[in-house]
Design a protein around this ligand. Sequence first.
Ligand SMILES: NC(=O)c1ccc[n+]([C@@H]2O[C@H](COP(=O)([O-])OP(=O)(O)OC[C@H]3O[C@@H](n4cnc5c(N)ncnc54)[C@H](OP(=O)(O)O)[C@@H]3O)[C@@H](O)[C@H]2O)c1
Length: 281
Amino acid sequence: MIVVTGATGNVGRSLVAALAEAGEQVTAVSRGVAPVDLPGGVTHVRADLAEPETLRPAFDGAKALFLHDGGTGGHGLDTRAVLTVARDAGVARVVLLSSQAVVTRAESPSHGGAMRAVEDAVRGSGLAWTILRAGGFASNAYAWAESVRAERTVAAPFGDVGIPVVDPADLAEVAAAALRADEHVGRVYELNGPAAVTPRQQAEAIGAALGEPVRFVELTRAEAGARMSAFMPEPVVATTLAVLGEPNAAELRLSPDVEAVLGRPPRTFAAWALRNVGAFR
Ligand SMILES: NC(=O)c1ccc[n+]([C@@H]2O[C@H](COP(=O)([O-])OP(=O)(O)OC[C@H]3O[C@@H](n4cnc5c(N)ncnc54)[C@H](OP(=O)(O)O)[C@@H]3O)[C@@H](O)[C@H]2O)c1
């Protein structure tokens, strides 16, 4: 049996579906109630990563674990305790969803530092491990869903600065491979998209998927920062703006790792927009 934490999130949902389709027995973990679209045969267990003991029933009898940070970026999670519960339950393998910020923003305690600590706990866990360092997610574009639905508008800073965003479905496919095959043990993969794509191009791609134009409104750095401050602490806002506005060479590098693992190029943002157009209608 394979346990998927973060099972109702962008990556977890696709991963649960991919594993179930491959014939694996899957336990899906999140704090909320079981999603209505849970694939047949998948068990859902409610548990909280912030309270490792609650994970014990979900981990019992599992051979492998997909470890997700619950959207915390590594802050406030006792990863060692989570992995101790996993080891005690008989889990032999862990695949961690990490972030490229561990390398590209290593100096930032809010980005690189917190996830580095999570990675260190995984490496020191005694379990066979694989680490997936993701770039920015295509699904961050859901933040524009409401304004696209209401007024066919995307408002974002740095309209002409692109980064190679990764489709969470690609992350899920790589995770499924690493959970099932031995060749990925001890590997660190950097996972991003096939080309840099700017916010303006993302708005165009959403418009093309809808079959209607979507207007792009460029926010100033200060306007964008003020909006982000409503749901992010200040240091996270500053580094996020730096990643979006002044991506460094490591953030722009097109990694070969999705293709190396899956045998095909990473999916484009346009393909993500087409598959997820329902959120923008
Ligand atoms: N977004 C990016 O650009 C980016 C880039 C690099 C890396 N990442 C990494 O990817 C993560 C986000 O992945 P995602 O998009 O799959 O997340 P997501 O869509 O925000 O999903 C979060 C999932 O985790 C569950 N969850 C949240 N808190 C939990 C807790 N305390 N205990 C158990 N489950 C919990 C949620 O369900 P419940 O709420 O019901 O518990 C949900 O299933 C980030 O935290 C970051 O480390 C993201």
